[in-house]
Design a protein. Structure first.
Length: 261
């Protein structure tokens, strides 16, 4: 069972800085972590490999510091790591990102399963995983909370809904996006940390993955961010005190005054 896990490095801070010219996140020099949802994807891939054998390869796109996230993934049990690193990838929206990752996956070679976290915490779009599936023309199951069975060319999984869940069966290869209910990620072992420190990380450029440059980065991104700004701080509120009847009366009066009711 050859499994590919797509991960993203995201800022580990509330002090996010924005490039005023491109309206994109400034990632250089900012403390970063593996996107939390991607940790569940790594864990699930490693568990499948432990049961069924095979190989887990992690792939990510981004600046040189992304190598740290890939090495952390190796310390958590991944077998290999691929870093898509090229200035041509900079400023990519979800369409350009999914295209680049799909090209990287094609270069990696044959696979049975791709696993992604349901979304990245710095964008919250949940579009990259499904986008990869579209580029590769393979089936996808999103918001997976449990894999019921996998083997003989098929996979059956529980897909989380707002109320309950679906049971979906698909042929392989396929792509899954997983939610945090699927497992509990492990901590890296000392052996894993030592392996990650020495493990070679494969780095590929846009040319290496035979990507069309007009489909990468800002040029390949039909979504353009016009403006990013922090909302103004909320003003102080008012707390009504007193007997319940008095509080309700004052609240209704205030709502009527503001034409809310």
């Amino acid at each position: 069972m050859n499994i590919i896990v797509c991960i993203k490095q995201v800022p580990d801070t509330t002090e996010v800085r924005i490039n005023p010219e491109t309206n994109t996140l400034i990632r250089e020099g900012v403390a970063s972590i593996i996107n939390p949802f991607d940790l569940y994807a790594i864990e699930e891939a490693v568990r499948i490999r432990e049961r069924s054998g095979g190989k887990v390869t992690v792939i990510s796109m981004g600046p040189p510091q992304v190598e740290n996230a890939l090495r952390e993934a190796v310390s958590l049990g991944a077998d290999d790591a691929v870093h898509l690193c090229d200035r041509a990838f900079a400023g990519a929206d979800t369409l350009a990102t999914s295209y680049a990752l799909a090209r990287g996956i094609v270069k990696i070679g044959a696979f049975d399963l791709i696993i992604c976290g349901k979304q990245a915490i710095d964008g919250d779009t949940a579009q990259v995983g499904p986008g990869i599936a579209v580029h590769l023309d393979i089936p996808q199951i999103t918001y997976v909370k449990k894999i019921e069975a996998i083997g003989n060319g098929t996979i059956r999984a529980e897909r989380m809904l707002e109320e309950g869940y679906d049971v979906v069966e698909s042929s392989l290869p396929a792509l899954l996006t997983v939610v945090k209910e699927i497992n509990e990620p492990r901590l890296p072992s000392l052996k894993g940390k030592l392996k990650a420190k020495k493990h070679p990380v494969t780095a590929w450029t846009a040319a290496d993955i035979a990507a069309q440059e007009d489909r990468l980065g800002l040029d390949g991104s039909p979504t353009q961010v016009v403006k990013i700004f922090s909302p103004p701080p909320r003003g102080g509120g008012e707390i009504f005190r007193g007997e319940p009847v008095e509080i309700v009366s004052r609240l209704v009066s205030e709502l009527e005054k503001r034409k809310i009711i």
